[in-house]
Design a protein around this ligand. Structure first.
Ligand code: SAM
Length: 227
């Protein structure tokens, strides 16, 4: 299946421009420490999908090099700016690409990072199949995602999804990403604790799921869809 082209309208540009400002406080108090625990120990060649404005960049501490994949030009501009402001550190480069068609060879990557991205991709199964394809055997998929909840939370998430698709660059609150990631058939999942206060638990972005999944090897697209 061919993917629809990436079209960056004025809403997507506004989303990119406001991203760091809107999330500054939650980043400082809540998300930042989770990002550190999630990616700080990843080693070797690391690929981040949907790197956005580069919120994870300062948390990579042990990687040999990091490839920051991002399909939206306005987000890539911010990534370039953030990389340009660094002095030294781990080699990193910005890559124009999307999760469903990663521009990397099979088994060539030690870790793939996805934080708050699978809600926005066009095709979750295809993106996860790509993650499995590019990871070397025993490679790690490190994820932090918001997933579908239950009961009233789920009703709210379903109701607001048309709005967040429109105004938050394609974000779906109604995706069961916990099930999608479980469907990768990881050999081992090391959960990363998300210590959420009540205020966070009330948000439509809760439940947040985070972990490092050791992925056994490439799945075919049909296997991924069957899971
Ligand atoms: C909510 S932002 C998260 C950004 C960043 N990962 C973070 O943790 O702050 C979602 C990101 O996913 C990107 N994105 C959307 N569709 C994508 C796709 N098909 N493949 C890769 N990234 C995508 C968006 O451009 C945006 O940068």
């Amino acid at each position: 299946m061919s993917l629809p082209p990436i079209t960056e309208d004025h809403r997507a540009r506004r989303f990119a421009d406001g991203y760091d400002r809107v999330f500054a406080e939650v980043e400082r108090t809540f998300l930042g420490p989770i990002r550190s625990r999630l990616v700080g120990h990843l080693t070797g060649r690391v690929v981040e999908i949907g790197a956005g404005t580069g919120a994870n960049i300062r948390h990579f501490a042990s990687a040999d090099r990091v490839e920051l994949v991002e399909p939206f030009p306005r987000m890539r501009e911010q990534l370039h700016r953030r990389l340009g402001a660094r002095e030294g550190g781990i080699p990193m480069r910005v890559v124009d690409g999307r999760a469903e068609e990663l521009p990397f060879a099979d088994g060539s990557v030690d870790a793939v990072v996805s934080t708050l991205v699978l809600c926005s991709v066009v095709d979750v199964q295809r993106a996860l199949a790509e993650v499995s394809r590019v990871l070397a055997p025993g490679g790690v998929f490190a994820y932090l995602e918001h997933s579908r909840g239950r009961g009233l939370k789920r009703i709210v998430q379903t109701a607001i999804t048309p709005l967040t698709i429109r105004y938050a660059a394609g974000c779906h609150h109604d995706r069961d990403l916990a099930a999608a990631i479980a469907g990768m058939g990881a050999a081992h999942v090391e959960p990363v604790h998300v210590p959420a206060p009540l205020g966070i638990r009330m948000l439509p972005e809760w439940p947040l799921i985070a972990g490092r999944a050791t992925v056994p090897g490439p799945l075919s697209l049909s296997e991924a869809a069957d899971r």
